[in-house]
Each structure stands twice: as structure tokens, then as C-alpha cells.
Design a protein around this ligand. Sequence first.
Ligand code: XMP
Length: 325
Amino acid sequence: MSNVRPDSMERITTPELADKFIAEQIAEVRAQVGDKKVLLALSGGVDSSVVAALLIKAIGKQLVCVHVNHGLMRKGESEQVIEVFKNQLDANLIYIDATDRFLDLLAGVSEPEKKRKIIGGEFIKVFDEEAGKLEGISFLAQGTIYPDILESDGVKAHHNVGGLPEDMQFELVEPVKLLYKDEVRVVGKALGLPATMVDRQPFPGPGLGVRCLGAITRDRLNALREADAILREEFDIAGLSTHVWQYFIAVPDMKSVGVKNDKRYEGWPAIIRAVNTTDAMSATIEEIPYAVLHKITARITAEVEGINRVLYDLTPKPIGTIEWE
Ligand code: XMP
């Protein structure tokens, strides 16, 4: 398959068009791979999930998926990857809980770029180690999509082939590389992936690491994860999740005084970010009904250990970026 989308290629907007694309790709992947094995780093994001589901259909157990939990996933995310791919689709899935490795390396590191480098570097190291243990892998599958090719010459930084051991020569399998994001979602739905996976909002590779500001500690990371889960639950209930582009909690490394059960209670603030955008280059603030904000505040402060205030960030991009970091 060439790296240029032909002008004649129809935009995939319906289940029928998705089914046709899936059938074509199954034939193409089978022809490319034969009876050889394919390795895939399965993050649980939209692109790698759709590639995994497609390849499971095409080559079944010849696909080996590796899911690395870096300890910075949102609540329930790694569990969903295991449930969908291992339990429902019967995938050949290797799950690695590398939480301690990542959090030990990150301990005491407050500089954002340094944190990102540690997370990215360690991710490749863990993936390489696992790949090195496997025998007979000939191909590496990637969730490259068309905007990646247009923007960066085709290789996703977090799927960096260059980071794999020198003695491993992989040929690439990239079945969705000519698709735009909306098409990948239509294909994912046609493959039977759950909407919670296919319609997922963007989530940075370094995960909650960019939202647990300053030096990450396990207790503050845990508070962030629980508060974020409450925010997502309440947005679902209020019907906001389908029309707010991205929403999450950030927790800075600072405490203020509060009161709980008539006692002084020092805690971190949970900052809500909820933005709308088309391309993430600029963003506007969603007007969340006060009743929803009050409910989220009440739940987070009552249910999450260590949080004693909830704030709503009203800053558009520019001047604020979407992430805090
Ligand atoms: P900012 O904070 O720059 O974010 O306004 C713009 C969009 O990019 C996402 N983001 C990332 N996505 N890897 C990613 O795949 C990353 O390292 C990363 N950092 C930020 C951010 O969530 C927002 O949607």
C-alpha cells in the first residue's frame, strides 16, 4: 500500500463502507503476513485498538498484542483493554504492569520535559524487553493514520520502530494508514469495538503524568485518577461527554487549608478542564451548568482522599494550553 491516499478513495462514513474496507484489509494483511507472527503495542487508544481488532479478524493468534500499563492510565483503562481484547476477542495479549518501574523512575522529578522523556524512554525499554522474549516475530503492526503521515512522515513517536533492538528486523503492517480519524472510528464500530473505546477523547501518551503536576507521588496520582473518574461519570450522566471535546482533572503539587469533620484538612485542589476545539490548536471553554459543577465538587471532595477544593479552569487556548503540565 502506498503512503498516498488516492483521490478516488471514498470517505468511509457508513457501516457498509467500513465492512468493505475491512474485507479488503483482511485480504491484504493475510497476503502480506502469510503464516508469520505480528507484534503490536496496544495502548488502548483508538488507533491501536482498531488495528488490533482488524488484525485479530485477519490473522487471529498470529497477532501478539503487548499492553504496557505505565501506571499513568486513567481509572479502568487497562482493565478495559484486557476485558475487550483478551476476554471478548480472545486475543493473544501480553499484559505488563510496569507501574512500579515508571513511578520509581519518576520519583522526585518535577520538570515536565524530563518527566516526558522518562516515560517515553521507559515505555520503549519495556516494550523492547518483551519483544526480545518472543520468538519468530516478523512484523510490527502500527496504528499509523493518515494525519500522522501528512504531519510527520509516517512514524508515530510513541510507536517508535527506531527504538526497537537493532537485531530485530520488522516489516510494518499499517492497515489504517490511509484513514482519517473519523473513518478509523467508523471502522472500529463496524469491528464491534465498544463506543467507550472508539469514541475516546484524546489522551496523551504520557497519560496522567502530564496532569499530576510537578513530582508525581502515588497518593496524589491516585487522588487525580479517582477525581477524573468522577468527572467522567458525571459528564456521562449530564450528557456532556458527547459534545465536549476533551475533559479531565489536573492536580497541582500544592496544598491549601480546609475543614473536614470540624478538623483542619489540608488538601490539593482538583482543577477541571473541559474544552471544545476542532484541531487542538485553539480551544474554547464549555459552559458547564452550575448544578453539574456543584455535584462534581460535592462528590470529589467527599469521595477522594486528599482533595479539599475543586476549581474550574476558564482559560481558553491561547493563552492556556489544553493540558496543564
Ligand atoms: P496542548 O496542551 O498542547 O494539547 O494544548 C493539545 C492536544 O494534544 C494532546 N497532547 C498529547 N497527545 N501525546 C499525545 O498523543 C502527548 O504527549 C500529548 N501532549 C498533549 C492534549 O491532550 C490535547 O488534546
